[in-house]
Design a protein around this ligand. Structure first.
Ligand SMILES: Cc1cc2nc3c(=O)[nH]c(=O)nc-3n(C[C@H](O)[C@H](O)[C@H](O)COP(=O)(O)OP(=O)(O)OC[C@H]3O[C@@H](n4cnc5c(N)ncnc54)[C@H](O)[C@@H]3O)c2cc1C
Ligand SMILES: NC(=O)C1=CN([C@@H]2O[C@H](COP(=O)(O)OP(=O)(O)OC[C@H]3O[C@@H](n4cnc5c(N)ncnc54)[C@H](O)[C@@H]3O)[C@@H](O)[C@H]2O)C=CC1
Length: 499
């Protein structure tokens, strides 16, 4: 690294200490061992992927550790972690300004600044989002005092919360007809629902999937509100080190309100005043409890019901973290607000790449791949972005990485192993598809999505052991018409046909 009067200079700078940024920096450090790689991050800890296991061609398992940045520098002596938030990027000058008043000059930059929770009511102290260690601990602390909470949203976080929370009543308000719309259809939801009324198992099932560890998650005293410093996103098993328990003695108590959204949130004082004003609530709007029972906050749903609660969790997705530090640069943005990247992870601005939750994949995707803001994709994109930066620097050409051929995700919901492959919910297929199902109550749920006799997606819940075979069938697009229903016949050893 050569210092210039205007600031430190590095050929490669990466912004973000989450999985995408760390993976990108590591790969660059390997590709260019004699170059210093600057990794800038607002958070004092970084996320490291360890114990990567390739389960099949596209499915992978790994552990995720929150580590001090010095460990990363020890493993890769040419990575220099700069622990300061980036305040401003001046893309036209190839310069970055950090919150501690320093200036850095780059040749190639990769932006991996993640995403923020998209809250239903920004700035309301009774509405919590869960993203990083701080916000998870703030949530835990509030839950420990709570008798009832309202969870809004129907994706990954909501699914995990409603299952994990004990000793606190949960009102789960969803826009859809069935639970878990980002991962499941109504059939799978039906399969999972009994788990919500069952007593929670003490020991989680053994499940091949990613693991997440957070150092000292329970010891520290934390303020009830999360800090406003943006840390890296949590990941698999984030709740394992946290006791998600309210004040009551029961296990699960979840009430689901379907097909509704939050119309308004009323603080107690305002709610009481409104009730006294006879015209404030039309008669079809009803408090679900006697008015004498008081709650700190009230949630008015679009179905006319009002629920009092201690606080609200907004598990309503994320928005890419592009403001305020990227303001003034003319980045092309995707519909979801992410930095548009082409098939070489390049943004619309010269020498600036992006990876992970901050970006929007804007290349023509394989028919069975789509972007989802997931840990696995953050890692794949960080790795591939570094390869693209290297190829560009060396004047080499590079093909789109194999990991973008097939969407593949393994996770765990309601203590079941869950594998989703390709167009698992027939996303974008319209009516042009057929579904095949196999379900054994309490044990497994297998759904495949077929188009013109070919498999294009699958949902596997439970220990089905079908993931590798189905992955192959989706990748090779073999005509399976001749097998008909036998494809899911448990008495037919399907692997023998195709492996
Ligand atoms: C509760 C929860 C559970 C999840 N569970 C799963 C799961 O089971 N499986 C799965 O695949 N995915 C899961 N995810 C999603 C997954 O965690 C994310 O998709 C992934 O971690 C994104 O990684 P990233 O590196 O793009 O962003 P992040 O991890 O958000 O990292 C962004 C980094 O940028 C830094 N940064 C931000 N702004 C600046 C700035 N101005 N200057 C400098 N640095 C900055 C931050 O400090 C951070 O280090 C979960 C997410 C959450 C919130
Ligand atoms: N096991 C896993 O794979 C997990 C993955 N994640 C990832 O972490 C990120 C954040 O998770 P989530 O917040 O759960 O996002 P999500 O994208 O998974 O789900 C968001 C949900 O909120 C709903 N929604 C959006 N706006 C709403 C509104 N105004 N009112 C009511 N509902 C609304 C959507 O319909 C959707 O059901 C996602 O990228 C998710 O994929 C999170 C937890 C677990």
């Amino acid at each position: 690294m050569a210092a210039t009067p205007s600031g430190a200079r590095s050929r490669f700078v990466v912004v973000g200490g989450g999985i995408a940024g760390v993976t990108c920096a590591e790969k660059l450090a390997m590709e260019f061992p004699s170059e210093d790689i600057f990794l800038m991050t607002a958070s004092p800890v970084i996320k490291a992927v360890t114990n990567v296991r390739q389960v099949s061609k596209t499915l992978e398992e790994f552990d995720v550790e929150e580590q001090p940045s010095s460990l990363l520098e020890k493993r890769y002596p040419n990575i220099k972690v700069i622990q300061s938030g980036v305040e401003q990027l001046r893309g036209d000058e190839h310069k970055i300004f950090t919150e501690d008043g320093k200036e850095y000059v780059y040749e190639k930059l990769c932006l991996c600044a993640g995403a923020k929770p998209k809250l239903i009511s920004e700035g309301n102290p009774y509405v919590l989002g869960i993203r990083d260690t701080d916000s998870a601990q703030a949530f835990q602390k509030n839950l420990a005092q709570a008798e009832r909470i309202v969870v809004v949203g129907n994706g990954g976080i909501a699914l995990e919360l409603v299952y994990e929370i004990q000793g606190c009543e949960v009102i789960w308000a969803i826009k859809d007809k069935a639970i878990g719309n980002t991962f499941f259809d109504a059939g799978a939801a039906e399969f999972l629902i009994p788990k919500l009324s069952a007593e929670k198992q003490e020991t989680p099932i053994e499940c091949k999937r990613t693991k997440y560890t957070m150092e000292g998650s329970e010891e520290k005293e934390r303020p009830v509100a999360a800090s406003d410093k943006l840390g890296s996103a949590l990941g698999p098993d984030w709740h394992e080190g946290l006791s998600l328990k309210g004040t009551k003695e029961f296990s699960h108590k979840v009430h689901i309100e379907v097909l509704c959204e939050v119309k308004k949130i009323h603080l107690q004082q305002e709610f009481l005043q409104l009730q006294q004003t006879s015209l404030a609530f039309p008669k079809e709007v009803k408090n679900v409890e006697p008015d004498e029972v008081l709650w700190p906050v009230y949630v008015e749903l679009t179905n006319g019901k009002i629920y009092g609660c201690n606080f609200i969790v907004s598990a309503t997705g994320v928005v890419p973290n592009v403001t305020p530090f990227l303001a003034g640069n003319n980045f092309a943005l995707g519909e979801d607000g992410g930095l548009k990247v082409d098939k070489h992870m390049h943004t619309s601005l010269p020498d600036i790449y992006a990876a992970g939750d901050i970006c929007t994949a804007s290349w023509e995707p394989s028919p069975v791949w789509h972007q989802m803001r997931l840990w696995t994709q953050a890692r794949q994109m960080g790795w591939y972005a570094a390869k693209c930066m290297a190829a560009d620097t060396l004047g080499e050409s590079i093909d789109l990485d194999f990991s973008f051929e097939l969407f593949a995700h393994v996770t765990k919901f309601f203590n079941y192993k869950v594998v989703v492959l390709g167009k698992y919910n027939a996303q974008g297929l319209g009516l042009d598809h057929e579904l095949m199902l196999r379900c054994t109550k309490g044990q497994e749920y297998v759904k495949v999505v077929m188009q013109s006799g070919r498999m294009v997606g699958a949902v596997l819940i439970g220990d089905t052991d079908l993931e590798e075979t189905f992955e192959n069938l989706i990748l090779n697009q073999m005509d399976l018409s001749a097998y008909g229903e036998d494809l899911l016949n448990p008495d037919v050893d399907i692997e023998d046909y195709f492996d």
